[in-house]
Ligand binder design. Sequence first.
Ligand code: FES
Ligand SMILES: [Fe+2]
Length: 433
Amino acid sequence: MLSPEENDYLTQTDPGTPMGAFMRRFWTPFMLSREISEPDGAPVRVRVLGESLIAFRDTDGRVGLVDEFCPHRRVSLFFGRNEASGIRCVYHGWKFDVDGNCLDLPSEPADSNFKDKIRLKAYPVQEKAGIIWAYMGPKELKGELPQLEWMDVPDDYIYQSRWYQESNYAQAVEGEIDSAHVSFLHSKLDNDTANKAALTGVFFSEDRAPKWKVTESDSGMTLGARRIVDEGRYYWRMNQWLYPYYTMIAPVPGESRTVRMWVPADDGHCNIICITYRNDCPVSEQELHNWRTGAVAHAEVIPGTLITAANSGNDYNIDREFQRTGSFTGIVGIRAQDMAMTESAGAIVDRSQEHLGTSDTAIIKMRRLLIDGARNLEKGVEPPSAQDGALFNIRSSSVVYDEDVDFDEKPDVLSSMQVAETPGNFPGARTAE
Ligand code: FES
Ligand SMILES: [Fe+2]
């Protein structure tokens, strides 16, 4: 549990808040490249860390992330004309480039130098692997983009999506790193307990009270959950949480990997960016279909929106008959099940009312790391992971072991989590790197 003051400290990320300052030290992923794929295409509204912004791609393909509101009389640039290397406010025609420079101020006399004094707030951006990041912190402290494994895979090895959740980022992340809920929330009523050969959900139903081992590092923490498979054998599931909101779920060996970014839109909303990728072969048509429809890993959204099809307004389409006969929840889809839980606590859960147990070890640790990080920053200590992208060169992993040892005592487990080097070739890739 947290005191109400600590809860505010953890969850508030608007400009001027300590956690907001901490998060702004990192490059912030905020949307997908394909959402603004066309030069001079329609601008898109984006909420990031409590700020209302507009993203657009200019004539030359450069991306701008700027204040939504025109510096003249503060109307929305969402209605602006994206043309000739800048965005032009349709109210009085003021025009700005992706860096926020005022290019034209046609409502003032031609000999006026007013234009040189006007700027639109604009953030530096970088695009990589179909995602766009912004840097919203102090200029002189701008560090490196995180070096994540999927940033270097070919286009046909990866799929990206984005959607919104009606909750604070912290409880969304807590839902993701909480390995204990998998045995309940995502379970079916007909688990095949005979099938122990594969690393499947069966392990979650066999042992519902995993032993936890959490190890900290400069990049975040590895969350090891150990479950008994049978006598003398343990299933270790090692997820990653990386500063300030990246999560990596342990994949079934040989299958695709999933990374999610739980970026605060504002204190009551979370902007979720999800990546699934392979590093051994291009993704199959079936995988793509499953991801695009939200059947696996990604969420099903209402077409043309970032709103999930199963949402609080329809009680996530809970089916009570299905709950009695086939599914623990009666809700279809892992994403919908997770979202139903994390949103149902309210936009910002009151952590002073909780009763945490041993299964909440990782959640307690994540809160402490974030709060300590922000407190240290208030004392002038910068977070190392905001500067050094190589700290993010890590994977999640899962494995079955015969003996009772902690995962961090097994060199082969640790090496399975390190991305030693970027593979030079990608079999079957459409485009060689
Ligand atoms: S409000 Fe934008 S140009 Fe006047
Ligand atoms: Fe879940």
